[in-house]
Design a protein around this ligand. Structure first.
Ligand SMILES: [Zn+2]
Length: 267
């Protein structure tokens, strides 16, 4: 008799444990669904994209779908919120209008640029401080391009399309309104000696990798992140986001697109 009771208890225990386990594993995405960046209206897109990209974590799926990467570039586009702030996101889904000209544009002093280069004041001040420190450490950095108007991008993009065709041009040049240069918050640099597209090979680049975040700048289009940023690796293109965000991004090895979706985008 005693043996039977024991067996009964054992069976109950096994059944209850199994039920418990099933309950906790019934929704493996529970944690992500509670996250602030999970958008219920995107649920079906998350599922479809996860099937396309089985190796991505569910969190990465959410962030990439929120960016818009499950849909072709330049489709389902949104006018960028956070205009005239350091949080402004511009990429192949987030654009600025034809009339958007950032407030507080200032011209960089000639000792920091090749001349006629404009940045938003806060970014300009941070840039000059950064270049001063680089110089003190023995490295040369100069701005060769920063703010570009919508109209300028119209001409630039058209020139690339005429030269290489639209498909190729889209891999390295932004369509008008979709260029981060229109924000006045980013800057292309060289070391005054080598052409900008060899910047990666310079010691100035190494210095930037170590120190740029301390001045609020991030490498905006890193190597290996092309599928997220939508751009080829650009060792010369830096974006001002402010010190706090720049340090976070550097520490976590994220792109600004992902950071924006995880921490800034609140709708
Ligand atoms: Zn650039």
């Amino acid at each position: 008799m005693k043996k039977n009771v024991f067996l009964l208890i054992l069976c109950l225990f096994v059944v209850l444990t199994a039920c418990g386990k099933q309950q906790t594993s019934s929704n493996p995405h529970e944690k992500e669904e509670k996250a602030s960046f999970y958008k219920k209206e995107n649920q079906e897109r998350y599922q479809a994209y996860q099937k396309q990209m089985p190796d991505l974590s569910f969190k990465d799926v959410i962030l990439r779908v929120n960016i818009g990467l499950d849909q072709p570039y330049y489709t389902h586009t949104v006018e960028s919120p956070y205009q005239n702030t350091n949080q402004l996101l511009v990429n192949k889904y987030y654009y600025l209008g034809e009339d958007y000209v950032p407030k507080n544009l200032v011209e960089l002093d000639g000792t920091y640029s090749k001349g006629g280069i404009y940045l938003v004041k806060e970014a300009a001040q941070a840039f000059q401080k950064m270049v001063d420190q680089a110089k003190a450490d023995g490295y040369s950095i100069r701005a060769i391009s920063a703010y570009r108007s919508y109209q300028y991008q119209v001409h630039l993009y058209q020139r690339y399309v005429d030269q290489d065709g639209q498909e190729e041009a889209d891999t390295y040049s932004a369509r008008p309104g979709f260029s981060e240069h229109q924000t006045g918050l980013c800057v292309d640099v060289d070391n005054r000696v080598m052409d900008f597209n060899h910047f990666e090979e310079t010691k100035s680049f190494q210095w930037m990798m170590e120190n740029a975040a301390r001045y609020g700048f991030i490498l905006r289009y890193p190597k290996g992140k092309e599928a997220i940023t939508g751009y080829q690796y650009e060792a010369w293109h830096y974006r001002y986001v402010g010190e706090e965000i720049a340090n976070d991004i550097k520490e976590h090895g994220m792109t600004y697109d992902e950071y924006y979706m995880e921490f800034i985008d609140k709708e």
